[in-house]
Design a protein around this ligand. Structure first.
Ligand SMILES: Cc1cc2nc3c(=O)[nH]c(=O)nc-3n(C[C@H](O)[C@H](O)[C@H](O)COP(=O)(O)OP(=O)(O)OC[C@H]3O[C@@H](n4cnc5c(N)ncnc54)[C@H](O)[C@@H]3O)c2cc1C
Length: 459
């Protein structure tokens, strides 16, 4: 059976690893990655040593049935590494690379795993399977194709002067190799105040930048700084009996649970932690209009509380703020003008009609990965969309699939042999974005494919 996996971030890599270990028929698994870096993806290909995982090592195992796997691997290489530590993201890509090497060396049942350094630009049905076309002219035949295409760069926020986004002063993709090329003393405007902004600020600091960083988002909310694990207790989730069908009802129930918990000496973190097991069912029971409401009004609060940054990162950001080098503003960027080598951003403050101008030598979009597949312009996404081979999630958070992960086409029918893995499946369960959930998703999809390969190869 020929399997082509498009993308070698966490999801594509772990799918290949599971297939190599678990296949019951000879399988040829080809992992195609456009960056030439296998086992890294956007999250773990950072060149900055100061970028840390935002989940403790003890919870970053790639295998759901062996939770201590990553921590043991890290400690074998460095006895000083601790399970409760927030380790460097670079180390995590070494871990994934190691797992892929092992899978290639020991694939079972006469199977093989190979890597192809290429960008997939089209996937089309071909006699009894699929034809996968790459930008370099390469084509592959496959019985099964899995799109593990992950995180796309941020979208340009709407403003009155979109022509500015073509300017050399602007960087749309904060993860691109040239995104952070600024002079040490230049001032930078970071659009967004979440984890991507934090990453960029930490990276600029590591590379010796000494100018001012002004960070603007609608609400000016920074991520919460995580605490070392150990002091939080596992709680049962709160009761949503009387409010689980509306965004407002959910908010009320969570607030009540937090107040109760705090009254008895606990913390909001314990309550948020307890939601993990029930989030998928709460999400699926919300009507679409309420999901939309949640995304519009509550998402910034959810994101900043659910996805925090490592304690050391929090201390570094606090130091930059205390030293006056990093400023956070709540407001909306209305327009950009350019004066020589300086961008002038007009910001309207939140809750006010007052505007002010931020001057910066560089503007970097830090609004986070764009999961709105109605507008993503990657050649593969455009091709699938234009030919009606996928249906973007109506809420702009991924691609619609059926329960097994098969990509649903424009007419609503799941396509045999064409699957999706990774955070673009978020529309199904909401919490499908970080390793603790993605590893379950990769293992589950692998089990499904292994079973399907024994039965009918292309279903
Ligand atoms: C900056 C950042 C930091 C993060 N840190 C953490 C963390 O510390 N802990 C945690 O649990 N989660 C973290 N996450 C969440 C992250 O989404 C997941 O952990 C995970 O890395 C997602 O992996 P993925 O393989 O699904 O997607 P990605 O990592 O985005 O990988 C997708 C891959 O597909 C490739 N690709 C896409 N299109 C094509 C194509 N047409 N042809 C060939 N290749 C293609 C891309 O080049 C990329 O390598 C982070 C996310 C980001 C963006």
């Amino acid at each position: 059976v020929d399997v082509v996996i498009v993308g070698a971030g966490f999801s594509g890599t772990m799918l290949a690893v599971h297939l190599a270990r678990e296949t019951r028929v000879p399988a040829s698994v080809t992992v195609v990655e456009r960056t030439g870096r296998f086992g890294a993806g956007v999250a773990y290909s950072t060149p900055f040593a100061s970028h840390l995982l935002n989940v403790p090592a003890a919870r970053m195992s790639a295998f759901p049935d062996d939770p201590g796997h990553f921590a043991r691997w890290a400690m074998a290489g460095d006895p000083a590494a601790r399970p409760e530590a927030f380790l460097p993201r670079q180390l995590y890509s070494a871990y994934l690379g190691h797992l892929l090497d092992e899978a290639s060396a020991h694939a079972g049942n006469g199977s093989r795993v190979r890597r192809l350094d290429a960008e997939v630009v089209a996937v089309a049905p071909a006699a009894g399977g699929w034809q996968v076309a790459c930008a370099d002219g390469h084509t592959l035949r496959a019985d099964v194709v899995v799109l593990a295409i992950g995180n796309y760069p941020p979208a340009d926020p709407p403003c009155a002067t979109p022509g500015f986004y073509d300017s050399a002063l602007y960087r749309q993709d904060p993860w691109a190799a040239d995104a952070l090329t600024v002079e040490a003393d230049q001032d930078v405007l970071l659009v967004g105040t979440g984890l991507t902004m934090v990453d960029v600020a930490i990276a600029l600091d590591e590379q010796g930048h000494r100018g001012t960083l002004t960070c603007v988002s609608r609400r000016g909310l920074l991520p919460q700084w995580l605490r070392e694990p150990g002091n939080a207790r596992e709680l049962p989730p709160p009761s949503f009996a009387d409010g689980g069908r509306t965004a407002r009802g959910l908010l009320r129930a969570v607030r009540r649970a937090v107040a109760d918990r705090e009254a008895s000496g606990g913390t909001w973190r314990e309550v948020l932690g307890s939601l993990r097991s029930v989030t998928p069912s709460l999400w699926t029971s919300l009507p679409e209009a309420e999901r939309r409401r949640f995304l519009r009004h509550l998402r910034p609060y959810w994101d900043t509380h659910r996805h925090g940054a490592a304690p050391a990162i929090g201390r570094a950001i606090d130091r930059l703020r205390d030293g006056g080098r990093l400023r956070v503003r709540a407001g909306r960027i209305l327009r950009y003008d350019v004066s020589g080598s300086v961008a002038l951003a007009t910001v309207r403050e939140r809750g006010s009609t007052r505007t002010s101008v931020v001057r910066a030598h560089r503007v970097i979009n830090c609004t986070g990965p764009d999961a709105d597949l109605r507008r993503v312009t990657s050649p593969l996404v455009r091709d699938l969309r234009d030919r009606g081979m996928m249906r973007p999630d109506p809420l702009g958070i991924g691609i619609v699939t059926d329960a097994s992960g098969r990509v649903v086409d424009g007419s609503g029918a799941p396509q045999a042999g064409l699957y999706l893995a990774g955070p673009l499946r978020r529309g199904e369960s909401w919490e499908h974005i970080a390793v603790p959930e993605l590893r379950e998703g990769a293992a589950r999809l692998a089990r499904h494919l292994v079973a399907a390969m024994v039965g009918t190869p292309s279903s």
